[in-house]
Design a protein around this ligand. Structure first.
Ligand code: ADP
Ligand code: MG
Length: 674
């Protein structure tokens, strides 16, 4: 007896739905993607009970003829690709032809559609490069199809506005086991809202309305955009403001890099499940565009919640890109914090595989490593530009050097860009600082600056960051390029300063750490060796076998950074030198803490960044811990040294060095202003 038989369509569709339709938010995602693919200029999403009882998506897109509407409900029916080769260059959101039949098989489904009969009006859709609607001269009749659990109940003519409305009621009504797994209405609604946020970011030129249980939750007007990044950036900023409202310091990113080298398939690293599709040696020579917004130094979150990445307008999750972002921020981000960003990568569709995940959430780059490097570089250059570096002379050559290094040595698969050189003779902070910059307007007991005074010479010569954009569209020069006056020190740690904008607090330790860190790395770059001082009394330190193995690997790096630690037996090490600014009373404790911190850093960053920078960071922290409170002139030097840093606004661990409270904020706090 034959035991194998083909599954009936509705069963096959339900199985496919298992992958595509996870929850109401997946329905919203598939339907909105279809509307976007159909060049809608306005999309309305209505849900009831978190989408469990109803999801309705209304668009004014191309619509479908009756035949097409019927066909759209068949499995593997799509208008978006025709041949297998088309998979290599997908320019639409959809292409699998699975969503509609899958959704219809697990819900009470109504499709109402009518073809557009005029060319779409100017606006959004032209900018996207999607094909124009075909010109029709006759108004056409609409079609309505009703399906319950995959069975067609009715197909009829229906009057409707041009476009498509899809209603999905009682999702999983015929699959009680899956319905049981749905979460609370609030949770499901939050998932829907999250997806809509992403869609709204990617398509500012499309108007979105979101209704929850009959109430309008959002109404986002269409924003005029264009094909050029210079038009799309302001549109995105406007959309972000509409979505978040709040004032957030964001920096605009606009970066173009080239993907040039040939990569053999086995060299393409993947963090996701790799498919072999299209992994022949690639001969692309295309550019990679990265644009959008990233948080200014000090703007971060404890989760990836506000980290939004898009590849060719598709919201994606990709571990490589996440790493690249962290790499780009490097020391400008605190441990355990995540960047805030909304970044768009534009890359030849042939250089990405979007067909590795049923919901297309994950993607794979054929040139993962190059893309990651460019991403980190884009972020880094934006931050450096904000910090007031002239990146054209400083960063580019360094970045190229890194790329070359990465090519020649395969070991560190993700190279860490080192700091750019800054015009600073290496020295410790306690030495008198040669004045190479305009002198600080600082000193105890001077009359306070008048906030209404015209800007001082320093201010006018300061490089205003063209990239700084805050949500209230105010442009203000970075804090360290305006004159600061020393007011005093509180708690032996916080230096109180004032600028003509308001109050500034400086964390003495954080600032000191940043300065030492950059000085150490400069020294290393110039002499391959940071300063080191022999200890009068070398000390032995015994470690556990595991720690001993770990630290043995780090000895050369430690040595280069001035920590003279040598093997002195199986598990014993001899500490005989330290950087001059590190004063340790208990050598053993110092080494043990160093081991712990390096290990922790190693785990956290997947050992990719465990190198000179991590060691330097750790050593600097110890230096600063033992530091005495500073007095007036030393504080002035501290601020002066900080000004010469490449990344002055955060300590090497990403904590802020400075906090500013401007007069407006002060007035708000004192109830003088709203
Ligand atoms: P895919 O999007 O992968 O092609 P779907 O099952 O989501 O597959 O949709 C099948 C087809 O139905 C699409 O290719 C498209 O031609 C058509 N379609 C779906 N939704 C709409 C819509 N909102 N407006 C116009 N056409 C649509
Ligand atoms: Mg689709």
């Amino acid at each position: 007896m034959n035991r194998i038989h083909l599954l009936p369509d509705h069963v096959a569709n339900q199985i496919a739905a298992g992958e595509v339709v996870e929850r109401p938010a997946s329905v919203v995602k598939e339907l909105v993607e279809n509307s976007l693919d159909a060049q809608a200029a306005r999309i309305t999403v209505e849900i009831q009970a978190g989408g469990r009882s109803l999801v309705r998506v209304i668009d004014d897109g191309l619509g479908m003829s009756r035949d097409d509407a019927l066909l759209s409900l068949e499995r593997h029916a799509t208008s978006k690709i025709q041949r297998a080769e088309d998979l290599a260059a997908i320019a639409t959101m959809g292409f699998r032809g699975e969503a509609l039949p899958s959704i219809a098989s697990v819900s009470r489904f109504t499709l109402t559609t009518r073809e557009r009969f005029v060319v779409p009006p100017l606006g959004g859709s032209e900018a996207t490069g999607r094909p124009k609607a075909e010109l029709q001269t006759q108004p056409v009749e609409g079609t309505q199809i009703i399906i319950h659990g995959g069975k067609i109940l009715e197909v009829k003519a229906a009057g409707s506005a041009p476009g498509t409305t899809i209603e999905v009621r009682q999702i999983f009504f015929n699959l009680p086991a899956r319905r049981k797994f749905l979460r609370t209405e609030e949770t499901e609604a939050a998932h829907i809202q999250h997806y809509l946020t992403l869609a709204a970011m990617a398509y500012p030129e499309v108007a979105f309305t979101f209704q929850k249980d009959g109430r309008v939750a959002w109404q986002l007007p269409a924003i005029k955009s264009g094909a050029e990044i210079s038009e799309r950036l302001p549109a995105l900023r406007e959309r972000l403001r509409a979505l978040y409202g709040a004032e957030q310091k964001l920096l605009a990113v606009n970066f173009t890099g080239a993907l040039t080298t040939q990569v053999e398939p086995d060299e393409t690293e993947s963090f996701e499940i790799a498919t072999t599709l299209n992994s022949q040696p690639s001969t692309l020579n295309s550019s990679l565009r990265i644009w959008g917004f990233i948080g200014a130094p000090g703007v971060s979150r404890s989760t990836r919640e506000d980290q939004h990445l898009f590849v060719n307008r598709r919201p994606v999750e990709n571990r490589g890109l996440n790493f690249a972002l962290l790499e780009g921020y490097h020391t400008a981000l605190m441990k355990g914090r995540y960047p805030v960003c909304c970044l768009f990568l534009e890359i030849d569709p042939a250089a990405v595989d979007v067909n590795i995940h049923p919901a297309k959430r994950e993607i794979k780059f054929h040139r993962e490593r190059e893309v990651r490097q460019l991403m980190a570089q884009a972020v880094r250059e934006t931050l450096l530009k904000f910090h007031g570096q002239s990146q054209s002379t400083v960063v580019r050559p360094r970045a190229e050097a890194i790329e070359k290094r990465a090519e020649s040595e395969p070991a560190p698969e993700f190279s860490t860009p080192s700091l750019p050189q800054f015009p600073l003779p290496p020295r410790t902070v306690s030495e008198p600082a040669p004045i190479t910059q305009p002198p600080l307007k600082m000193g105890f007991g001077q009359p306070p600056l008048n906030p209404t005074l015209p800007s001082s010479p320093e201010k006018s010569t300061a490089q205003a960051p063209s990239q700084l954009l805050t949500f209230n569209s105010q442009l203000s020069p970075p804090l360290l390029s305006v004159p600061l006056r020393l007011v005093g020190v509180i708690g032996k740690l916080y230096v109180v300063l004032e600028s003509d904008r308001g109050l500034v607090l400086l964390d003495q330790h954080a600032a000191h750490e940043r300065i030492l860190f950059e000085q150490m790395l400069t020294r290393l770059e110039q002499k391959q060796q940071a300063d080191s001082q022999k200890l009068l009394l070398p000390e032995t330190v015994e470690l556990s076998a595991r720690d001993a193995n770990f630290i043995r690997e780090q000895l050369p790096t430690l040595g280069r950074l001035g920590v003279g630690l040598g093997e002195f037996g199986e598990r014993t090490f001899l500490l005989d030198a330290l950087p001059p600014f590190v004063k340790v009373s208990d050598a053993r404790k110092f080494v043990l803490e160093l081991v712990d911190e390096l290990k922790a850093a190693g785990q956290e960053v997947n050992s990719l960044r465990l190198g000179e920078h991590t060691v330097a960071k750790t050593v600097c922290r110890h230096a600063v811990k033992a530091n005495d409170p500073l007095s007036g002139p030393e504080l002035e030097n501290l601020v002066g040294d900080l000004r010469r840093c490449a990344m002055p606004y955060t300590c090497p661990h990403g904590r802020p060095t400075l906090i500013e409270m401007n007069f407006r904020e002060l007035e708000k706090k004192f109830g003088r202003a709203q």
